[in-house]
Design a protein around this ligand. Structure first.
Ligand SMILES: [Zn+2]
Length: 96
């Protein structure tokens, strides 16, 4: 079992033998987690195997939507999802 230790300040660096990043550190030492909880840190159990880095990465990835490239006909401004589809249209595009 791992514990996430969260400070109410966005501290980074080494405190209590833990490496904090933006106020968050992780430990698997329960006695240390309990001690920090008594001192006012927010302590939560991490159920899944993994580190805060993994959790942050997952959130980052979820926020990024794949970019969809759009091909626009320069004559009539119709939009296509592939260059070949645009080319087929472009060859017979009747717009001036
Ligand atoms: Zn067109």
């Amino acid at each position: 079992m791992s514990y996430q230790i969260k400070s109410n300040l966005p501290v980074s660096g080494s405190h209590w033998g833990l490496l904090f990043r933006d106020g968050v550190a992780v430990t698997d030492k329960r006695d240390l987690a309990d001690k920090l909880k008594e001192r006012g840190y927010e302590v939560s159990e991490i159920q899944e195997a993994g580190t805060v880095d993994n959790i942050v990465k997952t959130v980052d990835n979820a926020a990024v939507e794949p970019e969809q490239e759009i091909f626009t006909c320069p004559k009539c401004a119709k939009q296509y999802k592939s260059a070949s589809a645009l080319k087929r249209h472009f060859d017979k595009c009747e717009a001036e």
